[in-house]
Design a binder for this molecule. Structure first.
Ligand code: 7TS
Length: 415
């Protein structure tokens, strides 16, 4: 397999440690990725040389910090090919970006009887904001369901999206099943009916080339920490004409034009949506993460993860007692793989894997409606990133075999 990225883990000091006397294999990247030295150094450099509040002072440090912050915005603009930097709003993360759209665009545009279409595979962050908006506005929330292979049912989608639909909001990639959704097609369908399309890019932007102009999405949200940037920073992309027509999200410093005693005007984009002191260092760190990924090339990142999935998925499915959820075809899978082992609780599986130094997540993955739909309460989940290798996939397979043997052995001994 293409393993040209395997030396990268030297850039990630945290990966060079043992856990429970075993070399750490970090396979919880869908929850959060690790940071390379380049990002850590960008944060340190900012705090050691340039730190000041932005857009406020005329002193040298304030000017430098402002330049760093706006340069980071342009890096993120280029990373997703947004037409203009003003369409790149810094947020706390994906959740914050999606809530922003629901609370501003949604509040201003949804009325009783309107319909909002989402999918059953959504993370709670792209579900509850729409569910609560629908409740507040007496609108109807509709769900796209799945084919047996864990993909969106596109026949049903074509029926669900009608002229009553005002918002379609779907994840670009599932954080549970690794399914990649046809966002460009969904956005086009939404537009045919006069609706807007909101993309949740939390699990796609870190792993594949995303071009918001090509996809023709109206809004697109993602988090920095899943693409090797700091926590507490993310991006909401929005089309200028929509952002300009929307009311602000939060009120306070930075987001104003002029404040009078009894009314106020708002700042230009993007500042209208960046109230208060922002996570300036976080933005700088995220800019460094975008540089790091750009230098490698997103096509290369995707090909590397695809090669691991091509290798791992058939071997995982071949283990007696393992059930993998989502697309069976490796080509339709991101590096996120949810599975269960016999009738063991996924928390026990994850704990046993941790004893072998292999870090995976277990639980409902903030997708309870999906779990309910699949008839599950929880799964284990391994999620890969560019610094993982085929050897890491082998360690997962070996650790699963040992887990199986341990529990079989335990059962026979207690009988
Ligand atoms: N959307 C998707 C598809 C996600 O996977 C996540 C986080 C979010 C939104 C929210 O991102 P946040 O950075 O604002 O929290 N997903 C996960 C996960 O799968 N395990 O931990 C966090």
């Amino acid at each position: 397999m293409a393993n040209t990225l395997s030396k990268l883990n030297q850039d990630f000091p945290i990966l060079n440690q043992t856990v429970n006397d075993e070399q750490l294999v970090y396979l919880d990247n869908a929850a959060t990725a690790q940071r390379p030295n380049q990002v850590i150094e960008a944060l340190t450099h900012f705090y050691q040389t340039d730190n000041a509040n932005v857009h406020r002072g005329v002193h040298t440090l304030a000017e430098r910090a402002t330049a760093d912050y706006e340069e980071a915005r342009r890096k993120l603009q280029a990373f997703i090919n947004a037409p203009e930097p003003e369409e790149v709003i810094f947020t706390k993360g994906c959740t914050d970006g999606l809530n922003l759209v629901a609370s501003t665009y949604g509040e201003a545009n949804i009325k009783a009887g309107d319909e909002i279409v989402i999918s059953i595979m959504e993370h709670h962050s792209n579900l509850i904001p729409w569910q609560q908006l629908a409740i507040r506005k007496h609108a109807t929330l509709k769900y796209i369901h799945l084919t047996d292979d864990g993909e969106l049912d596109l026949d049903e989608t074509a029926q669900l999206i009608t002229d009553k639909t005002k918002i379609v909001a779907v994840a670009h990639a599932s954080n549970v099943m690794g399914t990649v959704n046809p966002v460009k097609q969904l956005a086009a369908l939404a537009h045919q009916h006069g609706a807007i399309f909101v993309g949740d890019g939390a699990q796609s932007v870190p792993h594949m080339k995303v071009d918001v102009q090509d996809l023709d999405v109206d809004f697109y949200a993602f988090s920095g920490h899943k693409m090797m940037g700091p926590t507490g920073i993310g991006v909401l992309y929005g089309k200028r004409e929509l952002l300009e027509a929307m009311p602000p999200y939060q009120f306070g410093g930075e987001m104003i034009g002029f404040v009078h005693q009894f009314d106020s005007t708002w700042a230009e984009l993007p500042y209208k949506f960046e109230a208060g002191t922002q996570n300036i260092a976080g933005a700088v760190g995220l800019g460094a993460a975008a540089d790091y990924l750009t230098n490698i090339g997103m096509d290369q990142v995707q090909a590397h993860e695809q090669a691991i999935v091509n290798y791992l998925l058939p071997k995982l499915e071949a283990i007696d007692g393992v059930t993998v959820y989502g697309p069976q075809d490796p080509a339709k899978h991101t590096g996120v793989i949810a599975f269960n082992l016999n009738d063991l609780h996924p928390h026990d599986v994850a704990t046993a894997l941790d004893m072998e130094g292999v870090a995976v997540r277990a639980g409902h993955h903030c997708a309870q409606p999906l779990m309910e739909y699949l008839g599950l309460t929880a799964t284990a989940r391994a999620s890969f990133y560019l610094y993982n290798t085929q050897a890491d996939a082998d360690r997962l397979l070996e650790a699963l075999q040992e887990t199986k043997e341990f529990f079989n052995h335990g059962t026979s001994e207690t009988k």
